[in-house]
Design a protein. Structure first.
Length: 127
């Protein structure tokens, strides 16, 4: 008769352990997708096309805003030069109509695009 209570206690512990194990394995809710990611991907693809070593491209701090009917993406990039060395992060800006500006290629657009990104897009003046 003393044998039954030990089995019941053991069964309860196993059941509770399985409940806690199941709760611990629950996957967290995935973070919501960035609605601007497709536009950012287009900008990075356009930037990659301009690189001497496209596989070496690194990007960071991407910001996408709307300016009128165009999307504008600003960010920083780093890639290898023709000597095989990384040049350090530089600013770039891309607009959905094909306009492109990079620090390594002087352009009046770079400052204009960066103001658009900094101001959040719609409120900024058109270039």
């Amino acid at each position: 008769m003393h044998f039954m209570p030990k089995i019941k206690r053991y069964s309860c512990r196993v059941a509770l352990g399985l409940v806690f194990l199941t709760i611990g394995c629950e996957q967290p809710n995935p973070s919501p997708k960035d609605p601007a990611q497709p536009v950012k991907d287009q900008a990075v693809a356009a930037l990659r096309d301009r690189m001497k070593d496209p596989k070496s491209l690194e990007v960071r701090h991407l910001v996408a805003v709307k300016q009128g009917k165009w999307d504008v993406v600003c960010g920083e990039y780093n890639a290898k030069n023709s000597m095989g060395g990384y040049v350090g992060f530089q600013r770039f800006a891309w607009r959905g109509n094909g306009d492109f500006a990079m620090e390594s290629e002087p352009s009046t657009y770079l400052g204009v695009f960066w103001r658009i990104c900094r101001n959040g897009g719609e409120s900024a003046a058109s270039p």
